[in-house]
Unconditional design. Sequence first.
Length: 193
Amino acid sequence: MSEPGGVREVKSAARTVELLELLATRGDRPARLQELADELGVPRSSMYALLQTLIAHGWVRTDITGSLYGIGIHALLTGTNYLDSDPRVRTVRPYLDEASEALGETIHLGRLDGWDVAYLATRESHEYLRTISRVGRRLPAHVGALGKALLAERPDGEVPEGPYEAATPNTHTDRGPWWPISRPSVPGVLDRP
């Protein structure tokens, strides 16, 4: 497979990334060897060798029996290094604290990653017990306020028509009457439909 710039994809590296992303999406549900091999369409022996390599390097963890696999601690360490090195996250952190304290609300910093929102920083409100978003979580942009705000900044032609996956019975699954969100005259402030 040729990538932009004429450089071909390294198959083993792509497979490694696909495996790590698959394990990450499973959260607290570890997977068996055969499940992973089937999901990625690779031979069981190749998957086993890849898993053992990633376990040895801390990218994958296994249970005491060695039959269940999950994302390893190096994913956390790499993610933390990303957050520490992102100048926008560093710049915004004090303002998140200030805004959360002043408003009494939970405040998030996120970025679009494809059509998902990746949460990069969160300051929890003292008024509420818990939100569904946390640093490192990805959610489809169309299911939350932050994602909808980020999508509203995109030109209409860049946002797919849908259908979008429903997260709840009230999730909008297409660009119906709620879209486009009206563009306000004050940058960064959104009017509600």
